[in-house]
Design a protein around this ligand. Structure first.
Ligand SMILES: NC(=O)C1=CN([C@@H]2O[C@H](COP(=O)(O)OP(=O)(O)OC[C@H]3O[C@@H](n4cnc5c(N)ncnc54)[C@H](O)[C@@H]3O)[C@@H](O)[C@H]2O)C=CC1
Ligand SMILES: N[C@@H](CC=O)C(=O)O
Ligand code: NA
Length: 320
């Protein structure tokens, strides 16, 4: 059975959920998935360790380096690629500047799977070139709508369509906060409740000020049009007073992205609740296609990462 070596970078809510899913499904489609390293801010665990033990140590102590019987290394991100030589580099961290490591990995023939938005939103074209140069895959399903498959839809199933417009609610945290405010909670009460769900960013202002949704809108623009937008607009939810039927809506059309709170009509498919996301994709032949599903949470996000790991393993030869 072909063994595929995976290095996980970042071991928070999503990383630990991914460890669970890989441990439950280590042999899929004739492939044996082997996590050979896990990195968090305290260091890199590298070797033949027990995945679930690593998850327990992280949850109990907050640091992967506290694991007893295994070697912990202090590697720069590029050294993970050079020294460990994984087949797939999986970024589930909140490190905004990870694009330089993705580019290095891709050029080395190492596929990249990520749930981390800024590197894709800000460096998509450069990374696509690097993936072609290194014959390696770049996969980022979980960056938008978590495991709900909008990226695969746009990158594969709608390739024959002209994307006329996308209107979407793609940030779970603000949807949760706005729907709790609709039910009479204050912003502060709703915000604190959202914290317990594991969907807020490490820096929650990214959610509240529309930055997370903006990155996602930019990724949708890249995938739909192969270029960055000229016009960009971003407004968060801090000034929302009457939350009834209000959602943070991302609007994407060729050359333009906008993220702002919008009061929606009663029957709008975008009037989602809780951590649900929804998107209305308008194309030349199909008219409107509606996609709705969970947009945040550990396993919901790790689901998209895991599917991308399988895609990468099936499509790309082992790293050189
Ligand atoms: N939680 C969710 O519902 C979703 C999260 N995402 C994205 O997935 C990524 C992970 O999300 P969560 O696990 O929820 O976040 P988290 O905050 O629980 O975990 C992020 C981890 O990355 C680590 N990290 C940050 N910078 C690092 C660096 N330079 N070196 C090593 N480790 C570093 C942090 O220490 C933390 O353990 C984020 O980029 C997030 O935007 C995407 C979709 C949904
Ligand atoms: N913080 C994000 C997590 C998923 O991308 C959100 O609230 O949607
Ligand atoms: Na997705």
């Amino acid at each position: 059975m072909k063994e595929v070596k995976i290095s996980i970078f970042g071991f928070g809510t999503v990383g630990r959920a991914l460890a669970e899913i890989v441990a439950e499904n280590s042999e899929v489609y004739g492939i044996k998935l082997k996590v050979v390293s896990i990195t968090d801010r305290s260091g890199t665990l590298w070797g033949d360790f027990d995945l679930l033990e690593a998850k327990e140590v992280k949850e109990a102590t907050g640091k992967i380096s506290n694991i007893g019987d295994y070697e912990v290394y202090y590697l720069k991100p590029e050294e993970i690629i050079e020294e460990i030589r994984p087949d797939i580099f999986v970024d589930v961290s909140s490190w905004d500047d990870a694009a330089r490591v993705y580019e290095f990995a891709l050029k080395e023939g190492v596929s990249v799977v990520t749930s981390n938005k800024p590197p894709i939103a800000e460096s998509y074209d450069k990374l696509l070139k690097a993936s072609q140069e290194g014959n390696a895959g770049l996969f980022f399903e979980a960056t938008v709508m978590a495991g709900t498959p909008i990226i695969g839809l746009l990158r594969e199933n709608l390739l024959g369509e002209k994307i006329e417009e996308i209107k979407a609610v793609v940030n779970a945290s603000t949807t949760f906060i706005l729907t709790r405010m609709e039910q009479g909670k204050t912003f502060e009460e709703a915000f604190n409740e959202a914290k317990s769900l594991g969907v807020l960013e490490e820096d929650p202002s990214k959610d509240i000020d529309g930055i997370d949704a903006f990155y996602k809108a930019k990724i949708l623009h890249w995938v739909s049009y192969g270029a960055p937008p000229e016009f960009e607009e971003r407004v968060g939810i801090r000034e929302v007073k009457d939350a009834r039927n209000v959602r943070l809506v991302a609007q994407v059309s060729e050359g333009r992205i906008s993220v702002k709170p919008i009061k929606l009509p009663e029957n709008s498919p975008l009037l989602v609740e809780g951590v649900q996301n929804a998107a209305i994709i308008k194309t030349d032949n199909l008219g409107e296609v509606v996609l709705k599903g969970p947009g945040g949470g550990g396993r919901v996000t790790a689901s998209g990462v895991f599917t991308d790991i399988i895609k990468a393993a099936l499509r790309f030869p082992k790293a050189r």
